[in-house]
Write a protein that binds this ligand. Structure first.
Ligand SMILES: Cc1cc2nc3c(=O)[nH]c(=O)nc-3n(C[C@H](O)[C@H](O)[C@H](O)COP(=O)(O)O)c2cc1C
Length: 236
């Protein structure tokens, strides 16, 4: 009988009405971009909750590196290390996750950001660094992945949240396919609130083509996209 990752992939494909995706190995890592340590924004939680909005346009300028670092670090970075799962320093996130498992990954699809070449990067939360995955302007592939391609044109950076089936099903049974999406929802609200506190604009986007996005991010078979987050400075 197929293992839980294959069975979850079969469900994922059936929901999309598509054949199972091609086998794709994890790509080699490229150069690393150190992110500035996240500075704490001067913001009141209730005020931020009231001001939070989904944005459909962004200031037409590159995303500042300190803003990108603060957004990733405060929303989906590491909050603390604990002794767990056989490791002395197991990372726990700013966003809680089921079992404290590192099932979620964040990616930055960069069209225009200060001191970061255009390309696709994985966020290494423990190191607070971007790891290059695909060099070059991702514009046309990103526009094909979005069901609303204008997001690719308008947002200087798109963050992508993904879920690792192998990590989830290493501990939990297959019904936790759903829990992965709860984890993603919690991370999405963190992104919305931190972005608002930082004066950034963003929008959670579930409208994308799974296979086109997985191909753009070079996701291995055991990892699925869960949400996109076009992000930029707020239009004034
Ligand atoms: C999980 C999720 C998925 C969403 N997907 C899309 C989307 O694909 N396209 C879009 O234009 N907006 C999307 N949105 C934004 C919602 O339309 C928006 O949150 C809603 O209209 C309320 O507006 P507000 O966020 O400004 O309060 C999504 C929001 C969430 C939470």
């Amino acid at each position: 009988m197929a293992g839980p990752v294959e069975r979850a992939r079969a469900v994922h494909s059936a929901l999309n009405g598509t054949p199972p995706a091609r086998t794709r190995p994890e790509p080699p890592e490229g150069r690393r971009v150190e992110l500035p340590p996240a500075e704490q924004p001067d913001a009141d939680l209730v005020d931020v909750l009231r001001r939070r909005r989904s944005a459909y346009s962004f200031a037409p300028r590159p995303l500042r590196l300190d803003a990108l670092g603060a957004l990733l670090g405060l929303a989906v970075g590491v909050q603390r290390f604990v002794s767990a799962y056989g490791a002395d320093r197991h990372p726990l996130g700013m966003a809680p996750s089921a079992g404290g498992l590192p099932c979620l990954r964040a990616y930055a699809v960069v069209r225009s950001a200060e001191n970061v070449e255009p390309g696709v990067y994985r966020y290494d939360a423990a190191a607070h660094e971007l790891v290059e995955r695909v060099p070059g302007d991702p514009g046309s592939a990103l526009a094909e992945a979005y069901l609303q391609p204008e997001f690719a044109e308008r947002a200087p950076v798109t963050l992508a949240l993904t879920a690792r089936l192998d990590v989830a099903f290493g501990k939990y049974p297959l019904r936790h396919y759903r829990t992965l999406h709860v984890d993603a929802g919690i991370a999405a609200q963190n992104l919305y609130l931190v972005a608002t506190a930082l004066g950034l604009s963003c929008c959670a986007v579930a409208g994308y083509d799974d296979e086109a996005l997985a191909a753009l991010l070079r996701l291995p078979d055991a990892e699925i996209p869960t949400l996109l987050f076009p992000t930029g400075h707020a239009r004034t």
